[in-house]
Write a protein that binds this ligand. Structure first.
Ligand SMILES: NC(=O)c1ccc[n+]([C@@H]2O[C@H](COP(=O)([O-])OP(=O)(O)OC[C@H]3O[C@@H](n4cnc5c(N)ncnc54)[C@H](O)[C@@H]3O)[C@@H](O)[C@H]2O)c1
Length: 440
């Protein structure tokens, strides 16, 4: 099939590469010309395991193309995906300007029947806005062209995006006609080898499904963090409680790790956007608001422990930081807890020496740009040299089993603040470390 994907970020590029891998002809579009130049030169602008090899293979097979010219890119397409960002607007609602700009461009340039698929995470009712925007442009051109608007929310996880896309546990399709359902099923069928896992529904339910999924996952995280905060105060161990409750199949082990809170490109903005959607429809979403509030406070729990240990004024103290990305397996730092922790510590006068396997450039160029007191290193042990403590914020595999002898030798004080509960307190204490974790 001939597909155009507008927006070549984490979702657009991964989707494009995976559709191309199945033999489709895919054109990826982005307004960021530098990004398109890079892609045309075989340079992948983001880190996602397996993505580079897949994109390069499909460039070679002539299954994937990159351009900034949307009008040209949709001339031959049967399906156009909208996969641009929907960041948080000033009032917390999802900012739809990019989605609607793409819809307008589609209406201005389409010449034949198209299925327009919204893959971006969007508030309920956005498909109607996309339809109206396209129709207005067609009316201006005095053209009558059939088009179908579909909602196909994306559930991939950064860090495992290729795997998630190639072996989806479900593909949600919201449409209002058989033609659109058929085209979408034809496109996705190759991803299901044994039995399909399509979930079809009306468009609004599909749009809501994505928000509900993210809200449920964020709720599990904030719930467990709240339990951890109570555990700390009553002398219980949240890690043991986690195992105790996770064994109940109705609860499960996933997403109940106590930690420094959720971040990333999705949960924070989607939780806020869902609140705004509910409020716009005269409903006060009490649980969703609490999820956000707990998370905002949780991002600073480790910083608070550091202040409690070293004092309000952190001038003269140096901390070695492991992990900047919002989670392992990605270079993405959008809303990463590290941003909040580093800013809090440096604001109090501390020096922070940071290491991350993939996210250092993002930190330097965007998320911690201009922050005084942070410096970056290429090795996890180097950041510990003469540091007063180690702070762990992202659970990259290379941090799971470090050489604790080396850690101890490098640090001025053998102190670890573990924001992801990676280590065994008993073992570390036996090795002579002072160990602080979440929920104990
Ligand atoms: N990142 C994730 O893990 C994830 C998972 C599921 C859903 N989503 C949703 O998917 C959407 C995209 O997220 P992302 O993380 O890929 O965003 P991203 O910021 O990585 O990529 C968006 C891309 O769209 C481009 N763009 C913006 N306006 C454009 C226009 N008018 N024409 C062409 N390109 C344009 C930008 O230059 C950028 O490259 C969001 O709605 C997000 O909530 C993201």
């Amino acid at each position: 099939m001939k597909i155009t994907i507008v927006g070549s970020g984490y979702v657009g590029l991964v989707s494009g590469a995976c559709f191309a891998e199945m033999g489709n002809k895919v054109t990826c579009v982005d307004i960021d010309e530098k990004k398109i130049d890079k892609l045309n030169n075989g340079i992948i602008p983001i880190f996602e395991p397996g993505l580079e090899a897949m994109v390069l293979r499909n460039i070679k097979n002539k299954n994937i193309f990159f351009t900034s010219n949307l009008a040209n890119a949709i001339q031959d397409a049967q399906i156009v995906f909208i996969a641009v960002g929907t960041p948080m607007g000033d009032d917390g609602s999802a900012d739809l300007q990019y989605v609607l700009a793409v819809a307008k461009s589609i209406g201005e340039s389409m010449t034949k029947e198209l299925v327009v698929v919204d893959k971006s995470t969007v508030p309920i009712g956005t498909a109607d806005k996309v339809r109206t925007t396209i129709q207005n442009e067609l009316d201006k051109r005095e053209l009558q062209i059939n088009f179908h608007v579909v909602s196909n929310p994306e559930f991939l996880k950064e860090g495992a995006a290729i795997d998630d896309f190639m072996k989806p546990d479900r593909v949600v399709i919201g449409a209002d006609g058989e033609y659109a359902f058929d085209v979408m099923k034809q496109l996705y069928s190759p991803f299901f080898r044994t039995h399909d896992r399509f979930i079809t529904m009306d468009i609004r339910s599909a749009e809501m499904t994505k928000y509900a999924a993210n809200a449920m996952l964020a709720t599990k995280i904030s719930f467990m963090n709240e339990i951890a905060n109570i555990c700390e105060r009553v002398g219980a161990d949240a890690n043991l409680v986690r195992i105790g409750i996770g064994s109940d199949k109705r609860i499960g082990y996933h997403f109940i790790y106590p930690g420094v809170g959720y971040g990333g490109a999705c949960f924070p903005k989607d939780i806020k956007a869902l609140q705004k959607v509910a409020e716009a429809h005269h409903y006060q979403p009490k649980i969703i608001k609490a999820v956000e509030q707990v998370n905002n406070e949780q991002k600073l729990v480790i910083a608070n422990k550091i202040v409690k240990r070293f004092g309000e004024d952190l001038k003269g103290f140096t901390f070695g930081l492991w992990g900047l990305a919002f989670k392992p397996g990605t270079d993405d730092m959008r809303e990463a807890p590290a941003i909040y922790v580093v800013k809090e510590l440096t604001k109090r006068g501390a020096e922070v020496k940071a290491y991350d396997p993939k996210a250092v450039e993002e930190a330097k160029e965007f998320y911690l740009k201009g922050v005084k007191g942070i410096s970056y290193y290429d090795s996890k042990y180097e950041v510990l040299k003469d540091a007063d403590a180690l702070i762990l914020l992202t659970e990259w595999k290379e941090f799971r089993s470090p050489d604790f002898q080396e850690v101890k030798q490098q640090l001025t004080n053998p102190i670890i603040f573990d924001g992801r509960n990676q280590y065994n307190a008993f073992h570390l204490e036996q090795k002579g470390f002072e160990y602080y974790q979440i929920g104990k």
